[in-house]
Design a protein around this ligand. Sequence first.
Ligand SMILES: Nc1ncnc2c1ncn2[C@@H]1O[C@H](COP(=O)(O)OP(=O)(O)OP(=O)(O)O)[C@@H](O)[C@H]1O
Ligand SMILES: [Mg+2]
Length: 237
Amino acid sequence: MIDFINVTKEYSDTAALSNVSFHIDNGEFVFIVGHSGAGKTTMTKLLLREEKVTEGQILVDGIDVTELSARNIPHYRRKLGMVFQDFRLFKDKTAYENIACIMRAVGTPGREIRNRVPALLRTVAIEDKAKHFPSELSGGEQQRVALARAIANNPDIIIADEPTGNIDPEMSIEIMNLLMRINTLLGKTVIVVTHDLGLVARYGHRVIRLEGGKLDSDISLSGEDSENAVLGGMNNE
Ligand SMILES: Nc1ncnc2c1ncn2[C@@H]1O[C@H](COP(=O)(O)OP(=O)(O)OP(=O)(O)O)[C@@H](O)[C@H]1O
Ligand SMILES: [Mg+2]
């Protein structure tokens, strides 16, 4: 469970988030939308404890993220799997090694790594590219490796910040389908930050809209309703 309780984040000269509150249940799939500068990435940074709130409280599965000591942050972060617009793979490592190394980093036994990495690569349908370096993979393929890496250490929550920002529309749908499967089949909580309202309309679910650092709306819709609501809001984008 994730709770933002009256969260305000001020950078030196900017209020990036103002008094934002919401609750996300385990196993939910949530889109976060809003104009550039609305505070979306700030929200993910606060969740990761890369930044600290100015006021308010963030609770994740009962852990008070705002009060975490530096010593406890690495362990807390294992709850979260991150996916970024620019993939952030290690350029000097193969697809296989990109996943294996972060499993090693948390002390996973070698035998388990040798079993699990091929299975993860199969999950994202890229097992034939295991030995490829990022420069030898398309954007969509790199993002699939990044997704496999994000779930490798079995986090409870996946946060994707503009995961389809650098890939073509067809591959975007593929990535979204994978995120949906991670949600439905593995039961992970999935949070997707996106500008792509067409994608949001297509998938529906819950949509939290930030505007100028404030929570503008929080709606749960499905099917045609979501298409109308989201595409209706598109005129303002
Ligand atoms: N480190 C920082 N120092 C100062 N201001 C910052 C910092 N990071 C973000 N901001 C400001 O906070 C506001 C929210 O930024 P944020 O990155 O959260 O927006 P966003 O919704 O992710 O936008 P985009 O869609 O363009 O990625 C912006 O006005 C931004 O300029
Ligand atoms: Mg952003």
